[in-house]
Ligand binder design. Sequence first.
Ligand code: GDP
Ligand code: IMO
Ligand code: MG
Length: 424
Amino acid sequence: MGIVLIGVQWGDEGKGKMTDFLADQVDAVVRYQGGANAGHTIVIGRHEYRLNLVPSGILTGKLSIIGNGVVLDPELLLQELGDLQEQGHDPALLKISDAAHVIMPYHKILDAVEDELRGAKRLGTTGRGIGPAYRDKAARWGIRVADLANAGTFSDRIRGAMERVNAVLQHVHDRDPLDPEEVIDTYLQYAEEIQPHICNGPAMINDLLDDGNRVLFEGAQGTMLDVDHGSYPFVTSSNPTSGGACVGAGVAPSRIKEVIGVAKAYVTRVGDGPLPTQMTGDLGEKMRIRGNEYGTATGRPRRCGWLDAVILRHAARLNGLTGLCLTKLDVLSGIEELKIAVAYRHKNRRLEHFPRDPEVLEDLQIEYISLPGWTENISGVRRLADLPEAAQYYVDTVSDLAGVPVNYLSVGPARNQTIECESL
Ligand code: GDP
Ligand code: IMO
Ligand code: MG
């Protein structure tokens, strides 16, 4: 059976930690969208892993598949894989779908140049070439892993693509052109190293499911960064929502039996764009320090805000969440009064959904409910019943507002700092 694990906010909800926690219970882990813009942190003992591309299941010795929906940066992938091998993990567990698209050096250059061109309206992308690579895929200019594996096809495709790209770099952006032969040489070396990992992704994943294996689909980014359902245009260029797992891995919706939404107990956002419940004054800065809220992929500070039930409801519905996992509950310890947004208001109108109009977004009032905080350090708690009453009440309230049961609580970055909730 298929289990999808996704972020329900703006990314960095703790998907890496929860994938690692659940990896013991599954046979394979699949990444289905995004690329090295993702940064998934997993803490095992004293070691902190930061994975950008390799599915988090590799750390528990599980088959780890990069699906067709991912845009793959071979340079970063090989670095990551080399590091993992040095740390004693088996690189042979990694499989890469031959239909995944490849990030080329010009994608990264264009990503940076184009975001700069947006000026004050910049998206604050990770600069990993994600938008230009997905654009090329949709425009049918893209280069797939299968193309990379064939030296003749690859060289022809690259020479053709770079004629066009170099014209844009020189004449639109006033940049130096790239040498196609240099790119071809470099990428053909990557191709040799990647070759043993290449597979037919959908065939492999469907065979696993047919044979009764449990497959976990590890989302990157989050629902509010989804190109269709997020806070457009301040989004990424793929579909992190649960439907994206079907397209990005090549499995039918009927294969997905569980959809676990990972939500932080508050919200954060790295990069630009609206964050309606952003904390003002000292509290935002305090939360950033307490939660160590700095981007895993880029090191940029994350903005912090109160938990937002408007987007939780949106995510519950869009993704068909069967369960929630509430992370970083420990970070809320010591805050006297906790708030949760239950609706937005614009010019005396109550809005129950995330508005699409940027002018409305700029002039939102937030309707909050207040909940009592708790002072105890809860990072050592392992049973729901041992949490302070106020923390249990907070979790109950989140579950009610989202209309989804809370399956797991996370009270620290380590694998064992997790509470499995039988019932609430
Ligand atoms: P992802 O992108 O969704 O995998 O999340 P990131 O790894 O980018 O960011 C989550 C951060 O929070 C990482 O530094 C984790 O180690 C850390 N983390 C995860 N769960 C918890 C938790 O319950 N409590 C605390 N204090 N930190 C956590
Ligand atoms: P994980 O998987 C948080 C944000 C960027 C930027 C926007 C577009 O670790 O949760 P892109 O480079 O994708 O074109 O940038 O999306 N972003 C993320 N924010 N977590 C992520 O991944 C993100 N991946 C992209 O900061 O605002
Ligand atoms: Mg992250």
